[in-house]
Design a protein around this ligand. Structure first.
Ligand code: ADP
Length: 321
């Protein structure tokens, strides 16, 4: 007659230390620790465990209960005072660069006004599935799974999002099956509206990255966004100055259509870190439009994003809550 330790040892061949077994009569009850596995890996492991248990003499029926310890997952909110400053571009490239630095990262596109991440990550035609009412993030070619508000509604469908809808939709995205992801980058809509408030109250980000162009008007709005997080007690990881310094592809001259250094000066002024400057570069726009985020390519434009992500990774490593 097989005893529980023998069965557990057999299961260890397929499940390592994840499976523990109990036996009553010919019936095996197995507890399977699936911490850190995504839905597909969990299913595959359970199937292997059932098959292995069934192969053991004396076992007639097999029951498996999955358990998992909650991964401590930290949210990084990427915000801007106004639209069109490159917030989504920064969020996508930040998430990918953090992944390149060895982190397990997911990306949540919560920009209800213009969800652009499916396009930026080249997965516009993929819809997420739900399993037991839990959304399964869409894999992308860049190693960062994605869920977007845009995937919850039909393409080109305009919807007037109201507070409770926003709150429900955001909850579905954040509490989805993120598997092993320990960091979620959240692309917020511009401004300081419902999504920001819900996110701060319900999902408590670890920190916020504020994106601004260098010119004054954007900075006034950026200061408002910084103020919102500061008042809510969410640490501002830092400010990114986007579209700074235009390198003319014809004459090679660098000019500053939106000014230069404004975001850095404002960051200093407000006592928040400066995370770096991303140039206004036609290659960034072209790659982004083509669903090939610049940080995943070999061009010189990747460097600015990598440097910025390095500073965010340092901040995360310092264990800031
Ligand atoms: P937001 O999320 O703030 O509305 P997006 O990230 O969607 O802004 O960017 C708006 C437009 O500007 C996009 O077409 C994007 O490709 C382009 N863009 C963003 N950052 C840069 C940059 N540094 N250089 C060139 N184009 C950029």
């Amino acid at each position: 007659m097989t005893d529980a330790p023998t069965l557990t040892a057999t299961l260890a061949l397929v499940a390592g230390s994840r499976a523990t077994a109990r036996i009553e009569g010919g019936r095996a009850s197995i507890i399977l620790d699936v911490t850190g596995l995504d839905a597909a890996a969990r299913e595959a492991l359970e199937a292997q465990v059932i098959e292995a248990a069934r192969g053991v003499a004396g076992i007639e029926t097999v029951r498996v209960a999955q358990t998992s310890q909650r991964t401590r997952r930290r949210l990084i909110a990427v915000a801007s005072g106004k639209g069109g400053v490159g917030k989504s571009t920064v969020a996508a490239n930040l998430a990918i660069a953090l992944h390149q630095l060895g982190r397990s990262v997911g990306l949540v596109d919560a920009d209800i006004y213009g969800p652009s991440q499916p396009k930026l990550l080249g997965v516009e035609n993929t819809r997420p599935q739900a399993k037991d009412k839990v959304l399964q993030p869409v894999p992308t070619p860049f190693g960062v799974p994605l869920l977007s508000m845009g995937q919850l509604v039909a393409p080109d469908q305009a919807i007037a999002w109201r507070g409770p809808m926003v709150s429900g939709a955001l909850g579905q995205l954040v509490d989805a099956d993120w598997g092993a992801a320990d960091t979620l980058v959240l692309d917020l809509p511009p401004g300081t509206g419902d999504v920001q408030l819900t996110m701060i109250q319900k999902h408590r980000p670890a920190g916020a990255v504020i994106v601004s162009t260098p010119q004054d008007l954007a900075l006034i709005d950026a200061r408002r966004a910084i103020d919102l997080f500061a008042k809510a007690g969410v640490p501002v990881i830092g400010v990114v100055e986007n579209m700074a310094g235009y390198l003319c592809p014809h004459c090679g001259e660098v000019s500053d259509p939106f000014g230069r250094g404004g975001a850095e000066a404002a960051a200093n002024d407000l006592g928040v870190p400066f995370l770096g400057r991303v140039p206004l570069d036609v290659a960034i726009r072209a790659a982004s439009d083509a669903g090939a985020p610049p940080v995943a390519g070999n061009g010189p434009e990747a460097a600015a994003f990598t440097a910025m992500a390095g500073r965010v990774a340092d901040w995360l490593d310092q264990g800031a809550e």
